[in-house]
Design a protein around this ligand. Sequence first.
Ligand code: HEM
Ligand SMILES: CC(C)=CCC/C(C)=C/CC/C(C)=C/COP(=O)(O)OP(=O)(O)O
Length: 302
Amino acid sequence: MSVQVVSVQRAGWRDYYELTKPRVVMLMILTSVIGMLLAVPGMVPLDTLLLGNIGIALCAGSAATVNHLVDRHIDIKMARTTNRPIARGRVEPHKAVLFSLVLGVTGMGILLAFINALTAWLTLFSLLGYAVVYTMFLKRATPQNIVIGGLAGAAPPLLGWTAVTGDLHGHGLLLALIIFAWTPPHFWALAVHRRDDYAKAEIPMLPITHGVQYTKVHILLYTFILFAVSLLPFATAMLGWLYLLGAVVLGLGFVYWAIEMLRDRNPAAGMETFKYSIVYLMALFCIMLLDHYLIALPTSGA
Ligand code: HEM
Ligand SMILES: CC(C)=CCC/C(C)=C/CC/C(C)=C/COP(=O)(O)OP(=O)(O)O
């Protein structure tokens, strides 16, 4: 007698956790925490710091869950995403909808009840910008998808800023502008490396529609734009010399990797550029904070 073993894949908490794109959201929350801390001279009230970031993180996780849901048929075709929880059937679509709703409604509720309406509505715009505008439309429509869609991902430091001050300020917008300029080299470096995936899934990413060399030139161009934009916090006297030094050193590192990609002599350059982009953003925001507390504060208080 033969015994047939049927393996039933059941969703665990790890699958739900993965739906929220936790590592991406963690970096976003780092930028929103720093956006909050840069917005005022002293310390931010602890309840604003905690509840504001929990609200923003829940909304970002809600948007990421919708992305997994809507993209399940393309995720299954791509090697990088083929094991995702909804694509693989471990999480059923209706449960993902419920999960996303719970996260989004809780996040919005926290922001409306404990932070302020401006931050809540801007967060909702970002949520819809990523979950609906980027995922449902732009991603499948144009190679400029990630440039325009990058607006949603760039919002967290501005959301942090408005959570503390209750109004829009040029400096908060500047922080978002840095992430906006950072997104194309961040993503296209990975897209060059993973272009076969995107071709298989028929997603019009730049390396597929315009070729690898064209994409590499645009990575370098956006890296120069990012370099220039990253100097604006110093140029506008928002931050001081320590930040300027950090932004220049980190920016030169990015330019180095973008040129390495263009020179085409190192097959790992695409992935290295992508990894560097993450270190870059993390380090740039940490240096902003150091500058704010070590340099800018004593002089502005003098
Ligand atoms: C439209 C905008 C963006 C696009 C298209 C994009 C695209 C991607 C993709 C395709 C990955 C690979 C994920 C994987 O390995 O499965 C990734 C990873 C990552 N992204 Fe982005 N990204 C965007 C914006 C952002 C923003 C705004 C942040 C943070 C501020 C961010 C932070 C990260 C981090 C930390 C990772 C590494 C995740 C990991 O190790 O699993 N991204 N991004
Ligand atoms: C409220 C708020 C701040 C919202 C922001 C939401 C958010 C998590 C944005 C992340 C951007 C991102 C990882 C895009 C990649 O999507 P993709 O579908 O191109 O990549 P994939 O193939 O890895 O899914």
